[in-house]
Structure formats: C-alpha cells, structure tokens
Design a protein. Structure first.
Lengths: 131, 318
C-alpha cells in the first residue's frame, strides 16, 4: 500500500478576488500527489468549515490578500473548535504582514506562507505535519 | 478516534462528521470501512441513485446544483458524490466541483463529497459504491453522482446509477461521433444544456436522430431530450419530471430490481478481485522473487508467460 493520500482544502475566505496564488499552490500540491478540494472565491468561514468536515480533509489552506486575515482566520478557528474538528492542519497564505504572525499562531494557525515561498517548502511542511 | 458503535449511531442519525469520517475509512482504510459496512448492511433501502456525466465544461456541476435545489424544495435530503479524475502521473487530483454548487453547499439537507477516481490498475475506485451504500444508511433520499465522461472508468461509475443523465452542449455537434460509442450509450435521459445558444436546433436534431436510430423494438423507454439552461434555472423542472418518469418506469417494469441485482453481482466480483489483489498479488509484487523474474524477462532469459505461472505457483489451483 502506498502512503495514505493527503487531502487538502484550498479556500479563499473573504472578498478579495486574487486567486492565482491559491491556484498555484493547489497545482503544486496535486503534483506532489495530494487530493485538493478547491472551493473558489468568496467563501464564508461557515462554508469553509462545513466543506472541511464533509470532505474530511487533513489540511485546510486559506489565502487572503485583502488584509482581513486576522478577523476571518479567527472566525474559522472558532468554528473549527465549536464543531470539534480540530485534528486538522491549518495553513495560511497571502499578504500577511510579519507583525500579525504571532497573533495568528496564537489562534492556532500552524503555518504561514507569504509570497515567494517555494512550493516544495509547503509540500514538505504538510507531508511532515499532516495525519 | 470514535468507537465503531459510536460511528454507526452517528451515521444512522445523519451526523455529517461521522458520515465524512466513515467515507475516509472506506477510501483509505478499507478493512475498517468494511467493518462499518458489515454492521450497517441492510439497515435501510439503497437510495435512488442518479448519475450525471458529460464532457468537461458542459455544465454538470451547475445542473447538479439546480436539480438538487429542486429536490430540496420537495423536502428531500440529497447527497452528492462529485468525482474528478486522479492524475495518472502524480496520483493527485483537483476536486473542484464544489465551486459551482454554492446554492446548495450551505444547505443542511445536502451533503457533498468530492472523490478522485483513484483507479488502481485501470479499474474504477471501488470506494464509490461503498460510499453510495453508506450514504443510503445515513438517510439521504437521493444520491447524485457527478463525473466527467471521458473514459471507461467514468462509464463504469455511471453504470451504478439507476437513472443516468448524459449532458451535452450545442457545440458538441461535430464530435458527436466520437462519444457515440461510449457516453451516449449509458444515457437514460439526454440533457442539452446551454440551450440558449444558437446552434441548439442542429444539436437537438442530431440527438433526436440518434435516439430514433438506437431505439430497439419493444423497448418501453424512449430516451427523452431535455433542453436546459442551468445558469438560468431553465428546463430544470422538466428534467426532474423526466427523472421521476424514468424512476417510475424502472419500478413498474421490475427493471429497478434487476438493474440493482446486476450492480450487486459486479460489486461482489469487484470485492473479490480487490481481496485477491491485496492478499495475493501485492505481496508477490513486493517479493524478491518478483524482481528476479522481472529482471529475467528483461534479459530475455525467461518469458513473461512462464514467469506469471511460476509466480502464482502454489497460490492457485492447477
């Protein structure tokens, strides 16, 4: 049996329409042999958490470029807690200033990957930490 | 991790988290999944299964969204299995059908699960039918399987369905010949989507001709052609009506039982094949003996026919 397949949800919470980064990440993860559920633009935190539960993903990856990351990630993390679905790796990407990293880590975000991160680094991070 | 009993209770109560986790077991940890299904087997009727297939971009996901919305208005609970192809090269898959199902994604009466085809050795993902059973026991009235109609795997998947919708678009007129032999043969209903486009008349004629040509003497069901514009919710009520007609036809004719019996027969064979593959062939594949034989075949000192016989020696009756 090959190693267990890793399933990842890639989502764009909030209102910004910049999904190229999310798509590039999705592509990279697929090439690394993962199954990627892509939910498209403008997801609410509720959409994201419900999709993560139904799809029973190992990883949630969210991309935000609008600046609303602190607010939206907080909602997602609270909902995950409320739904008792916390055994999932949560990673974030997009335009996230250094000064917010500490706050997001405290919320429970496991990894933050800003522009310029090599995809292999994200693949390695997921393969090491998921499951 | 929940206990088996806890999961079974959860599934019967329709709790999404338990259902979702159970599908993961069915996909990834087959023996545990089987343990669950053994307990659940027969606890409810198998739900009515609608397959929807067609070329990429023909509007399957949007149609699914609209059909499900229609069923929801009738108070029915619906599960969607959205299947996308797994890459033969990386084993990865982009599961992107949820994007177009945003009308029903937030509805508590709808459960959506995306799956990769994951075909092992060219076969179809055996987890799909098991998932259908599981969702039936979780209390969904209808199960809709959506898949891209490009190859044999997809035709096999749709073969499981009680009613199969084949979706096509006006622009597909020129290559109608190419999918005649495969896709069009599995359809119980043809859906001509994007029918607001000008070339719709030509395509409708082509389809009508084909239905007439392929209709066999004495066959009670004539494949209807339903024109839809899914994005504008046009033709959906008629389509749902045709699905009901087909369901009624199958039930009255005793066909439903017969078809499902055939699906069961194939499923039983698939399950046996899966066991033989896992318990006999896989261990041989991983053995030293297999590598030696492979090398001998490459070096032309042995032929693959003798090698296959020898590798299976003492494992199979003579």
């Amino acid at each position: 049996m090959a190693k267990e397949k890793i399933k990842v949800l890639i989502a764009k919470p909030g209102l910004d329409g910049h999904d190229r980064g999310a798509k590039v990440i999705a592509r990279g993860l697929i090439e690394a042999g993962m199954e990627v559920v892509y939910t498209g633009l403008r997801n609410t935190p509720e959409d994201i958490v419900r999709a993560a539960i139904q799809e029973d993903v190992d990883v949630i990856g969210m991309s935000i470029l609008s600046g609303a990351h602190n607010h939206l990630f907080k909602s997602v993390m609270e909902l995950l807690k409320k739904e008792n679905f916390e055994d999932v790796l949560v990673i974030a990407g997009g335009i996230i200033p250094e000064e917010d990293h500490e706050y997001l880590t405290e919320l429970g975000i496991d990894g933050i990957f800003t522009p310029g991160t090599p995809i292999q680094k994200i693949v390695d991070f997921i393969e090491e930490r998921a499951k | 991790m929940q206990s088996l009993q806890e999961m079974i209770e959860g599934i019967k109560a329709g709790e999404e988290k338990h259902i979702a986790r159970a599908i993961s077991l069915i996909e990834n940890d087959r023996d545990k999944g089987f343990a669950l299904l053994k307990e659940l087997y027969g606890s409810a009727e198998i739900s009515y299964l609608v397959g929807i297939t067609g070329p990429p971009g023909s509007g399957k996901s949007t149609l699914t969204d609209k059909i499900v919305l229609h069923w929801r208005k009738q108070g029915l609970k619906v599960a969607i299995i959205a299947i996308d192809p797994t890459s033969q090269f990386s084993g990865g898959a982009l599961l992107g059908d949820r994007i177009r199902m945003d009308n029903v994604a937030a509805d508590k009466g709808v459960f959506i699960r995306s799956m990769g085809t994951r075909g092992t050795l060219g076969g179809l993902n055996p987890a799909i039918y098991d998932t259908v059973l599981l969702l039936s026991y979780a209390g969904y009235d209808y199960i809709l399987i959506e898949t891209v109609g490009v190859g044999q795997n997809e035709v096999d998947i749709v073969d499981l369905a009680d009613t199969t919708l084949v979706v096509t678009v006006p622009e597909a007129g020129d290559d109608i010949q190419t999918f005649k032999a495969g896709l069009m043969e599995v359809g119980d209903i043809f859906v001509l989507n994007k029918s607001d486009r000008p070339s719709v008349i030509k395509m409708e004629l082509t389809l009508e001709q084909m239905v007439r040509l392929t209709h066999k003497e004495g066959e009670k069901w004539t494949i209807p052609i339903v024109k839809t514009t899914a994005t504008e919710n046009k033709g959906i009520a008629e389509l749902v009506e045709k699905i009901n007609d087909h369901k009624e036809y199958l039930q009255n004719d005793g066909q439903l039982k017969e078809n499902r019996h055939e699906v069961m027969r194939r499923q039983l064979i698939n399950l046996m094949e899966e066991r033989v593959l896992a318990k006999i062939i896989k261990p041989i594949e991983n053995s030293e003996h297999f590598s030696e034989k492979l090398k001998a075949i490459r070096d032309l000192s042995e032929d693959p026919y003798t090698a296959a016989e020898e590798l299976l020696k003492n494992r199979l009756p003579e």
